[in-house]
Each structure stands twice: as structure tokens, then as C-alpha cells.
Design a protein around this ligand. Structure first.
Ligand code: SF4
Ligand code: SF4
Length: 450
């Protein structure tokens, strides 16, 4: 673990999770840690974005989508919110503190498919706390627990304040006999509202929709229309920090990994620190593709402009191909492997170990190999969806399970034709939503006229 030093300036992104926060500060303003820098309208109320530091706003970047703050230069841990007691805090106090602490979007709700309503109109029967990070190259739950044990446990103790009467906290971990699981049992013994669930650590088990499905095998499975919230270990640690100790979220545990990183490591990084202030400079080279969010779900990001935010877990660096390999299919070396027995490397009976940004040739048409179908965790047939969407047959695609897709990206990853399947499905769902909204609007307008 590398503890990154407190930086001179921090950058706070105003575009996050598909929303754009409106700035509440101007250039030259002095800010204290915990002051609200910006807010956005969420479901049932507004959500805040606290300053992780004390200092002065020195400007805005990237079309005003990033606030730059020159820090006072010290990392102090003084309570800036009112510390609460988990046994006595009122639900409204907890919700308000989580909004002020910028943590409400860390919760995912099965009712909204995003953050839950913040006005108390939504009270789940269960909250799932996942201590398992199954996506490769992400901050491990075990590392978070080791580092922030007290805060994680404190965060869990506040959850009944947000739940319906007789609600349950379902803790997801790797194995009940695991020493960490035993410690959790001891720590939370006596709380009838806690249940532990061991799961096989297999991507994408940490996805909220997959976690909800995991509960269907539980002793008392959820009803189909039951509202379930989901959060992870880092969020629980930050809940404990903000609610139990009144401290502002200050640091984030991330992993910097990938073939472009000589030694993958966990880093504890002050929120707002630019990557270029602590990560190897070669990650910003023209021959490197940097992904924010890990190998499977990461999105391309610009090294020089990126800073670590409250919801970051991982950055993954991939070398871009620099030379074209003409007639590479004729080169049968043992270092060339594929999920299909296409090269001499298949004799080693191991999957492809070369991860690069190369398409290994241009995109090709679907060859009906079935690889995407074999890996899909929700058992839909990506190649069939692809064919429907290729011909703009949206209704058939929906009937074939388009809305069940959880965007895990596994189909795209294994597709030998390098078809951007997940991207195609995501775009199609957005297009269908937009068309339905436009239709509803037109029908409403018609009704008002008649
Ligand atoms: S992204 Fe692909 S593999 Fe993942 S759930 Fe969707 S269709 Fe299935
Ligand atoms: S993995 Fe790609 S080529 Fe194979 S069936 Fe699926 S879409 Fe077609």
C-alpha cells in the first residue's frame, strides 16, 4: 500500500455518475473542509458535494466541469459534521449527513436502478453490503477492511436507521470460515438484523443486480417487488467516517494496474489528487491507453486531466499497439494464445494472457462462435441481440432480453470479432428510452389539446 502525500492543489469533478453538479463557489472563494462545493437535484431532494480540503478556489477547468482548489497544505482530521450515534440517530439525520458528505450516490436501489430517493419515501427491506470485489484489478474488500475496519463496522451499524422495520443487512463475503468473516461474526454478534452470505468470487458477482439475484438462494429470499439497496466496503467505511466520526471523506483506496504498470499496487490517495502527481509519468504517454474503472468496465480517460474522485476504485493502463503485425495468423509462436485453438499457444491450454488495446486487425462480422453466450452471466444470447439491433429490430431485441443485460462487458471482451457488443446494447437501451419519453410527451400534448 502506498500512502500518497497530501497535494498542493486538488481537482473536484462536477460531472459524475451521469449528472452534472452546479457549482456553489466562485473563483477566489475560501472553502473549509466539508463546505458544499456544488449540488445536484437527485430523486426526492438535492445532493451535496463537500470539499475534501480547506483552501481557496483558484479556478475551474474543462468548461467549468472541474473545480481546482489550492489547499492549506495540511491534512487535518477534525470533525466537520455532527458525529451521530447509530442507536439514536434519526433517519432524516442520517440521510442529511450522507447527502452533505457526498455519499448518497454510493447507494444503489433496485427501485431506481441508481441512487435511492433521499426524502425517506423509499425504505428498503434489505441493504446488501458487498465486501467482495470480483472485478479484476480493483481495490480489494479485504484491503479496505484491514485498513478501515472500525469505520466499515460503524457504517454497517447505521444502516437499520435507513431501512424498513425488521429490515436486514445482508453482508456478502467470500467464505464464512474465512478469518475476516469470523471477525465480522464476532463484531456484529447480537445484531439479529445481520446475515452473512458467502459467494464464489467470480466476476461480475459484485454488480448490484447480480448481488440481488444472489439473495434468491438465501433462506428467506426477497419478494419480486421488494426494494433492496446495495453498497460496497469502501462506501461502508466512508459512511462510518462521516456518520460516526463527523469527518469529511478525505482519501480513496485505488488500484493502479495493467500491463502498462510495472508493479500493480493499492494506493491511498487524497480525494482530488491528480494522477500525474503520484502515478508513473509513462502512463500518460501517447502509446498508453488509460482506463478509469478497471479492465472490464473502465472508460478511457486522459492521464494529465484525471484526478482521483470519491467514487474511484481503479485505473488500468494498456499499451497501444505500435506496429502492425502483417500476416500474424501465420506466426504460430507459443506466446500467442486465444480462447479458440487458433495458434500454437493453444497447446498450453491457457487463455490469452496478452492484454493490449489492439483489435488484432479490424472489426469483423459475427462468426456465430458462441463465445459471448458462454460467458454471459445473465444467460442472454448477445449474438442474437447484436443481429436484431444491427437491423434496428428493437422490439425483438427487448424480447430477447436486452434489458436484462448488466453491462458487465464480458461478451465484448471475449468476442474474437471484437464487436463492441455491450456498447451496442447500452446505446440501444438509451435510444429506446428516449423514443418512449418522446412518445409519452407527444401523447400528453395531444391529450391537452383535445
Ligand atoms: S454485457 Fe454482454 S455478457 Fe454482460 S450481461 Fe450484457 S450481454 Fe451478457
Ligand atoms: S463472440 Fe462475437 S463472433 Fe462470437 S458469436 Fe458472439 S458476437 Fe458473434
Amino acid at each position: 500500500m502506498v500512502d500518497v502525500a497530501f497535494p498542493r492543489t486538488v481537482c473536484i469533478d462536477l460531472r459524475r455518475g451521469g449528472s452534472t453538479y452546479a457549482a456553489l463557489v466562485r473563483e477566489g472563494d475560501a472553502v473549509a473542509a466539508g463546505d458544499s462545493l456544488a449540488e445536484v437535484e437527485g430523486v426526492g431532494g438535492s445532493l451535496g458535494l463537500p470539499s475534501p480540503v480547506s483552501g481557496k478556489v483558484v479556478g475551474f477547468e474543462d468548461e467549468n466541469s472541474r473545480i481546482v482548489i489550492e489547499t492549506d497544505g495540511e491534512e487535518s482530521d477534525e470533525a466537520v459534521f455532527e458525529p451521530l450515534k447509530s442507536q439514536f440517530a434519526a433517519a432524516a439525520q442520517v440521510r442529511n449527513a450522507l447527502s452533505c458528505g457526498g455519499l448518497w450516490p454510493c447507494l444503489w436501489s433496485s427501485a431506481t436502478g441508481a441512487a435511492p430517493a433521499i426524502d425517506g419515501s423509499e425504505r428498503p427491506k434489505r441493504v446488501i453490503v458487498s465486501l467482495v470485489a470480483a472485478e479484476p484489478y480493483h481495490a480489494r474488500g479485504r484491503v479496505v477492511l484491514t485498513r478501515h475496519w472500525d469505520d466499515v463496522m460503524s457504517g454497517i451499524r447505521f444502516l437499520p436507521r435507513l431501512m424498513d422495520d425488521y429490515g436486514r443487512v445482508e453482508v456478502i463475503l467470500t467464505a464464512v470460515r474465512d478469518p475476516v468473516a469470523r471477525k465480522i461474526y464476532r463484531e456484529l454478534a447480537g445484531f439479529a438484523w445481520v446475515r452473512l452470505h458467502p459467494v464464489a468470487v467470480r466476476y461480475p458477482v459484485g454488480d448490484p443486480r447480480m448481488l440481488v439475484r444472489t439473495l434468491s438462494a438465501a433462506e428467506t429470499p426477497p419478494k419480486p417487488d421488494e426494494i433492496i439497496w446495495v453498497m460496497n466496503a469502501q462506501s461502508s467505511a466512508l459512511f462510518g467516517r462521516v456518520l460516526g466520526r463527523g469527518l469529511v471523506p478525505r482519501r480513496r483506496l485505488i488500484v493502479l494496474a495493467g500491463p502498462g504498470v510495472s508493479e500493480p499496487k493499492h494506493y491511498s490517495v487524497p480525494i482530488g489528487t491528480r494522477l500525474r502527481d503520484f502515478a508513473p509519468a509513462e502512463l500518460g504517454g501517447a502509446d498508453m491507453l488509460l482506463l478509469r474503472g478497471g479492465l472490464l468496465r473502465g472508460a478511457e480517460t486522459d492521464f494529465a486531466a484525471t484526478s482521483v474522485q470519491i467514487d474511484d476504485d481503479a485505473f488500468f493502463a494498456l499499451p497501444k499497439p505500435v506496429t502492425r503485425q502483417a500476416f500474424s495468423f501465420l506466426r504460430p509462436g507459443f506466446d500467442r494464445r486465444s480462447i479458440f485453438p487458433a495458434f500454437a499457444g493453444s497447446a498450453l491450454n491457457r487463455p490469452d494472457s496478452h492484454i493490449t488495446a489492439s483489435l488484432r486487425g479490424e472489426e469483423r462480422p459475427c462468426i456465430s462462435c458462441g463465445a459471448c453466450e458462454r460467458v454471459c452471466p445473465v444467460r442472454i444470447i448477445p449474438q442474437v441481440l447484436h443481429r436484431y439491433l444491427y437491423r434496428d429490430r428493437f422490439e425483438e431485441a427487448e424480447r430477447a432480453g436486452l434489458n436484462k443485460c448488466i453491462d458487465c462487458n464480458l461478451c465484448t471482451f471475449v468476442c474474437p470479432s471484437k464487436i463492441a457488443l455491450q456498447e451496442q446494447f447500452e446505446t440501444a437501451r438509451a435510444q429506446i428510452r428516449a423514443e418512449r419519453l418522446a412518445l409519452e410527451k407527444a401523447v400528453r400534448a395531444d391529450g391537452e389539446l383535445s
